[in-house]
Design a binder for this molecule. Structure first.
Ligand code: UT7
Length: 324
């Protein structure tokens, strides 16, 4: 028998306020047409004043627990991916733990920017396989609207706020690729590439939060090259290939990156879950949001083979293969 981390429930939350592309046209030299054609983004959600990353993450976690038919006290651990914490510390995960009324267990944050949810999933899987925890709530939650330079048209039109969550549960499989649950993961980072995507502030440098800075076309080139490669590697590690994939659930940064990656993987766009048009880039929240929306739309079904992939600041990138 082989232990597997199986998805029991999924949920998401998007802040109420929808910001259409047209809202940027009034203040910046940009257009709805440019944003749509260069990125695929039509709108995004921005958190309300006072609404924090832990608020978003808590609502998504409650939805995932309800979907799993579980209560918070049945959870052993929370792993939360974010780069936009409520505070420098404590972790957002412990704040969610408190908001869920969870008296036991342990909770911590993972920070790998837009690839954060992939790293959190791999980490939660390792905890389950090692026996450290049986049931893990894995959350991606972000309020990137708080770190955007609203005068920089090259970045501020791209990002949005949101949260998504999965409940993972240990289950005995038979060790084959037919097992439900996480089948493989593949993680990378290259700190030499920090200057193409970073935030220009922090507690140990400026003592401020800072703003997001990005050389978009350099990140674009790395994304197209690295995402298909890591997805292939993760599939290979699982003993699978592109032909076995039911759904690619990619990080939602840019429709052109999503399409180029699918093309390199020889997977048709009909087999790709796309939410970037409605959410923009929600960083670590984008994959669990897409998983939750993909399930709600009736795209993702029990038994489907899913490959998720993401890249972001660091650079950090990776991929997870799982059977839903
Ligand atoms: O999630 C983390 C990972 N992040 C990503 O994956 C993002 C990756 N990068 C991208 O998605 C794309 O590179 C962008 C959408 C950011 C930019 O698209 P691009 O096709 O790479 O455009 P570019 O940066 O090469 O800029 C082309 C032109 C420039 O004008 P000039 O120099 O040709 O006159 C920009 O100044 O487009 C201009 N531009 C804009 N024009 C209108 C940049 N932003 C805007 C804008 N509206 N919002």
């Amino acid at each position: 028998m082989t232990l597997r981390a199986v998805v029991r429930g999924v949920g998401h939350y998007l802040p109420e306020r929808v910001v259409p592309n047209s809202e940027f046209e009034t203040r910046l030299d940009t257009s709805d047409e440019w944003i749509r054609t260069r990125t695929g983004i039509e709108r995004r959600h921005f958190a309300a004043d006072g609404e924090t990353t832990s608020d978003l993450g808590t609502v998504a976690a409650k939805a995932a627990l309800a979907d799993a038919g579980m209560t918070a006290d049945q959870i052993d651990a929370i792993v939360l991916a974010t780069s936009t914490p409520d505070y420098t510390f404590p972790s957002v995960a412990t704040m969610v733990q408190a908001k869920l009324g969870m008296a036991g267990g342990f909770a911590y944050d993972v920070q790998a920017v837009c690839a954060g949810f992939i790293f959190a999933l791999a980490n939660a899987n390792a905890m389950i396989l090692s026996g450290q925890a049986k049931r893990v709530l894995v959350i991606g939650a972000e309020t990137f609207s708080r770190i955007l330079d609203r005068d920089d048209r090259g970045t501020c039109v791209l990002f949005g706020d949101g949260a998504g969550a999965l409940v993972l549960d240990a289950e005995e499989g038979n060790g084959t690729t037919d097992d439900r649950g996480i089948l493989s993961s593949d993680l990378h980072s290259d700190g030499q590439l920090r200057d193409i995507l970073y935030v220009d502030g922090g507690p140990s440098t400026t003592g401020t939060v800072g703003h997001l800075r990005m050389q978009g076309n350099a990140v674009f080139r790395h994304a197209v090259e690295k995402l298909a490669a890591t997805a292939h590697t993760a599939l290979e590690k699982a003993g699978l290939g592109s032909g076995d994939v039911d759904w690619i659930v990619p990080h939602q940064a840019n429709l052109r990156i999503i399409a180029a990656t699918a093309q390199r993987m020889q997977v048709p766009m009909e087999r790709v879950v796309v939410t970037v048009s409605d959410h923009g880039n929600t960083s670590a929240a984008s994959i669990p949001l897409a998983l939750s929306v993909g399930k709600a739309r009736g795209q993702i079904k029990t038994g489907d083979l899913i490959v998720t992939e993401a890249i972001g600041g660091g650079l950090a990138w990776g991929s997870v293969v799982l059977r839903w």
